[in-house]
Design a protein around this ligand. Structure first.
Ligand SMILES: Nc1ncnc2c1ncn2[C@@H]1O[C@H](COP(=O)(O)OP(=O)(O)OP(=O)(O)O)[C@@H](O)[C@H]1O
Ligand SMILES: [Mg+2]
Length: 400
């Protein structure tokens, strides 16, 4: 312990002056190296004596004085050393006090930090909870909308499934009978020439009266048209079933061009009444997706395009793909959308249709479905010129 520390608690101001009175001569206290002097007492005369001041058997400083009286000098040395002993006790006590206060303060700081941290954690948790609630509400609302449309389409699906069941059998034997009929016609055709060149006047005139040459010529194309018609009926029923099977929740791997063609078949009547359809479908990679749901999107966009035609126009569907995404564009030359309503067309229940002819969910559900596939749908439109919807769908590696 240094002299300065030993005297820190007990030495009053102007100690040297008091010692000088006791010693009847000038005095001052200095540290061992002489660097520290007790108070502002100036250096003493050359002949001053230096008497060691010991603490714990170690010299910690000196009493400098010019006093000659040995008894006084010894008494003052003893007083100084006892000052130092009580100073040492005071110093240790105050060190301990500081240590305790410091550790209390540190403990307080630790508790404060822990409290602040737990407060921050609760705050983050609350914010997180709020975001999750918002997200849940959004998911529920979107599921609800999808359910609404899904129910609508599912009832169509059920109807289609029932109709398909009823139609498939008759269509099957109609198709097969038409094939047989085609072979029968060939047999008739094979006897035409022998009849004509038979020389049997009655037979030839009966042949001509019945206009059998024309019949034999026309029959194959009638049958061909009927075959095409029967095939078309079968295809429409199966497409309708595919598109309305929105209750199917498993992913399928499909080529979206097929889904687009199916949607076109289902909407053929509405399209043909109002517009010419042009397909420019590029090569697409197979995509893992909810095919029924995407078919529903294509159908919604096609019906909207058909409904936008005030006079006969054109609907064009393009598809293309690069390594990362599939892009599909539905363009029409319909009435277009007013710029002020354009930002609202994806809103639930936004419709410009007459009461009873549209509920304004088609685009909302379409966007929900595209978003659920990680994609996006954008619109651009010019009033009285037309509208284009652009769909981007990511092709993730695991989606192939
Ligand atoms: N291709 C388009 N051309 C012009 N307007 C369009 C087109 N597509 C959508 N719209 C506008 O956006 C609105 C919302 O379309 P959305 O498909 O969501 O609902 P909707 O067709 O009115 O009703 P539904 O629920 O039967 O589909 C339509 O009422 C129409 O005003
Ligand atoms: Mg619609």
């Amino acid at each position: 312990m240094s002299l300065r520390e030993l005297l820190s608690g007990v030495v009053p101001d102007k100690l040297s002056a008091a010692l000088a009175v006791l010693l009847c001569s000038p005095a001052r206290i200095v540290s061992v190296d002489g660097a520290w002097v007790m108070d502002d007492t100036p250096p003493l005369a050359e002949n001053a004596r230096r008497l060691p001041l010991a603490h714990d058997l170690e010299t910690v400083g000196y009493l400098e004085t010019t006093a000659k009286d040995e008894a006084r000098v010894r008494a003052v040395t003893i007083i100084m050393e006892s000052f130092m002993r009580s100073g040492a006790r005071y110093f240790m006590a105050s060190e301990m006090h500081i240590e305790v206060v410091k550790s209390d303060y540190e403990e307080l700081q630790r508790k404060h930090a822990a409290l602040a941290e737990s407060e921050a954690r609760y705050k983050a948790l609350a914010e997180n909870l709020e975001a999750r609630v918002k997200e849940q509400v959004h998911t529920i609302a979107s599921a609800h909308r999808q359910l609404y449309q899904a129910e609508k389409l599912a009832s169509v699906g059920q109807l289609a499934a029932g109709v398909a069941h009823e139609i498939n059998n008759p269509i099957g034997f109609i198709r097969s009978n038409l094939g047989t009929a085609q072979s029968y016609v060939q047999k008739f055709q094979s006897v035409a020439e022998p009849v004509r060149s038979s020389g049997n006047a009655a037979l030839v005139s009966a042949w001509q009266a019945a206009d059998l040459d024309f019949v034999l010529e026309d029959f194959p194309s009638l049958l061909q048209e009927s075959v095409a018609g029967a095939d078309r009926v079968a295809r429409i029923v199966s497409d309708l079933k595919g598109i309305s099977s929105v209750d199917k929740t498993e992913d399928e791997i499909v080529n979206l061009n097929d889904s687009i063609r199916s949607a076109c078949n289902v909407a053929a009547r509405q399209i043909n009444d109002h517009a010419d359809l042009e397909l420019a479908l590029g090569e697409l990679p197979p995509l893992r997706c909810k095919a029924g749901h995407l078919g529903q999107v294509f159908l919604n966009l096609l019906l909207n395009a058909a409904q936008a035609m005030h006079k006969r126009g054109k609907i064009r569907i393009q598809s293309r793909a690069d390594n990362e995404q599939i892009v599909i564009l539905f363009s029409d030359t319909g009435c277009g959308i007013q710029p002020e309503v354009l930002p609202r067309i994806f809103d639930p229940f936004f419709t410009t249709r007459d009461v009873g002819s549209g509920i304004g969910l088609g685009l909302t559900v379409s966007r929900d479905i595209i978003t659920a596939h990680g994609g996006s749908i954008e619109v651009s439109s010019e009033l009285n010129v037309g509208t284009t919807f652009t769909i981007h769908l990511p092709i993730k590696q695991e989606n192939r």
